[in-house]
Design a protein around this ligand. Structure first.
Ligand SMILES: [Zn+2]
Length: 325
């Protein structure tokens, strides 16, 4: 099916797309998690959006929600998650050149390169495992109470990749310690995340800053109290920098299991303008906007990058044919 067949469906619906990093050479923080969009493809995406949609800013969306100000036909909203500083070089100048609005959602614990997010630490560990010495491998297996076998490396990689509960599982921290990954040095040397100054520059150049929680824990793995803490702390940190009364929030991974009543309650309590989700496509609600990911999963590594029209088309086809929608 051609994109033109899907397009009428998007006339009065907000299409929301997001990226993490746009890069030809993915940084060590993400290269073992997903394949970022290449800069060339990203530029093509933006031209495609400009031809087929009307870009809207976060302020347009907030005015629509709060005051009923209508959005243009074929509205499209662009955002970036995880606060990767690399986007400052690759993305920002091009967006400015094309007058394209965007929001950068940051996990507040990373601002000023204070901390490496655990999913990013996972990617760094997987990378270091590629050149790990046998002696270190044996030590690692011993410390983790795993049998030392011929395929210990494979077993360990499986164990590392299976860590999903970042809030209470300290396996990654333990492994990083044993194989001597110096997080402080990486943070100092690579400065992979936005500083407060970067965020102020982005704001001064017309972009918006949103919250992506504090520690980037999966909300489905943490308690109600911890969810509220993650939201409260990150919203107040971003508000201090952006100076905005209300702040938008994007869920790390997904908040699909949370109902809209809970989101409405948080919106009032923490002055949140709206929530952005990243799970499978669902129609937007008054408080929650679903986004389409433009990153490529590791599994589809060998496949060429899909053009933007195919990504959007396939997302809607997947939704239409899904049995649990
Ligand atoms: Zn994220």
């Amino acid at each position: 099916m051609e994109f033109s067949k899907i397009k009428p469906f998007l006339k009065n619906r907000l299409t929301s797309v997001f990226y993490h990093i746009v890069s030809e050479r993915p940084s060590i923080l993400v290269k073992n998690l997903y394949r970022p969009r290449s800069y060339e493809k990203f530029k093509e995406d933006i031209e495609f959006f400009l031809k087929n949609f009307n870009p809207v800013s976060l302020v347009d969306i907030e005015n629509n929600i709060e005051n009923g100000c209508p959005l243009p036909e074929y509205p499209l909203y662009l955002s970036f998650d995880d606060g990767h500083c690399e986007n400052y070089q690759n993305v920002v100048d091009f967006l400015l050149k094309r007058s394209f609005p965007a929001t950068f959602f940051v996990a507040s614990s990373t601002i000023n390169n204070k901390k490496i997010l655990l999913p990013h630490l996972k990617s760094i560990i997987i990378e270091k495992m590629k050149t790990i010495k046998i002696s270190q491998l044996k030590k690692l297996a011993r410390e983790l109470n795993m049998p030392i076998r011929e395929n210990s490396k494979g077993d360990l990689l499986k164990e590392i990749k299976s860590v999903r509960n970042y809030s209470t599982d300290d396996t990654l921290k333990k492994i990083a310690n044993i194989i001597e990954i110096d997080e402080d040095e990486i943070l100092k040397k690579n400065a992979p995340y936005f500083s407060e100054y970067d965020l102020l520059c982005l704001k001064n150049r017309g972009f918006t800053i949103g919250s992506h929680s504090h520690n980037h824990f999966k909300f489905s793995t943490i308690s109600d109290e911890c969810q509220a803490e993650e939201i409260g702390l990150s919203i107040s940190t971003v508000r201090k920098i952006s100076g905005e009364k209300k702040v938008a929030f994007s869920f790390p991974n997904s908040g699909a299991f949370l109902n809209d009543e809970k989101l409405e309650k948080w919106a009032i309590e923490y002055s949140i303008s709206c929530f952005f989700d990243t799970s499978k496509y669902r129609p937007n609600t008054k408080i929650r906007i679903n986004r389409i990911s433009f990153d490529k999963s590791m599994g589809s590594n060998a496949e060429p990058e899909k053009p933007a029209d195919n990504i959007i088309r396939d997302t809607y086809i997947e939704y239409e044919t899904r049995s649990d929608k």
